[in-house]
Design a protein around this ligand. Structure first.
Ligand code: ADP
Length: 270
């Protein structure tokens, strides 16, 4: 009887099944490699602000009898701590998104509300640089997804547009419905991105100019988060840019008014 069972089992291992198992293994190895890379990147990125903090702490100690210097160093420690906290927040967000099917609160989401909230949150940074924010285009579009994540994605694009633009310029969000897709384009008149860097800016921790990104409080994770949010919603994000003239980042999402089932949206795995 035991032999019979074994024979049945062996007979069930079809080439198709072997292929599925092999694909699963390849996928598992890929996910493992991504995770390993991520841990290496994260450790490296965390070392910078932690190193700066400990150096500043030493300097404060040495400057104990110079109160203005102590205040200055304390301010810089505060700035490093804020940066560290933003970095940790984004690392947690990204690692959550890297798990396929991370969308938790899927519901119909108003694109108008997402844009309004993202603009609201980007306003303080824009005001500090006298950058004018505006929005226009199609209204009343609804997508299926996670409202908070979509706000984060549009806000990341807006924050970048402001950060990489000269003072006094304009940043706009344009909404355009095209068939079953909606495009949200964040347009700036900033420094732009060279063609060779345009693909790479969506990679984790990739910065065209690390010093500038650091000055603007960047973590190098913003666009990577946008890419994952887009993919988790069954959409994508792309960039068009001319160095010295400006950039346009376009988030494309499937609209939700054709009886779509959110479960049909493909999940990201990168
Ligand atoms: P960061 O936190 O450094 O801004 P991001 O992932 O958001 O990280 O962006 C990656 C890099 O892409 C930035 O460091 C910057 O060099 C470039 N970048 C992003 N958005 C823009 C933009 N609107 N204009 C010019 N460069 C940009």
């Amino acid at each position: 009887q035991g032999r019979l069972l074994l024979q049945v089992r062996v007979a069930q291992v079809t080439p198709d099944l072997l292929l599925v198992l092999a694909e699963d293994l390849t996928q598992a190895r890929r996910v493992e490699a991504i995770r390993r890379d991520f841990v290496v990147n994260v450790s490296h990125e965390l070392k910078t602000p932690i190193g700066a903090l400990s150096l500043l702490a030493e300097t404060v100690e040495d400057a104990a009898d110079d109160p203005p210097a102590v205040r200055r160093f304390a301010g810089r420690m505060q700035a490093e701590a804020t940066r560290l906290s933003a970095l940790v927040h984004e690392i947690i967000e990204l690692s959550r998104l890297q798990v396929a099917g991370a969308l938790e609160d899927v519901a119909p989401v108003s694109v108008d509300a997402v844009v309004a909230e993202a603009l609201d949150r980007a306003r303080t940074g824009a005001d500090a640089k006298q950058v004018r924010l505006s929005a226009g285009g199609d209204t009343g579009v609804v997508v299926f997804g996670d409202h908070a994540l979509l706000v984060t994605a549009v806000r990341n694009l807006l924050d970048n547009a402001v950060a990489y633009s000269p003072d006094g310029t304009s940043v706009g969000v344009g909404v355009k419905r095209r068939g079953h897709l909606v495009e949200l384009a964040v347009v700036d008149e900033g420094i732009g991105i060279a063609a060779a860097d345009q693909e790479r800016v969506f990679e984790r921790f990739y910065r065209v100019d690390p010093a500038r990104s650091r000055d603007t409080g960047g973590t190098g994770l913003g666009l990577s988060i946008v890419k994952h949010v887009a993919a988790d919603h069954g959409g994508d994000v792309s960039v068009w840019s001319q160095p010295g003239r400006g950039s346009t980042f376009t988030l494309r999402l499937p609209v939700a008014d054709q009886g779509d089932d959110p479960a049909d949206a493909p999940a990201a795995d990168v």
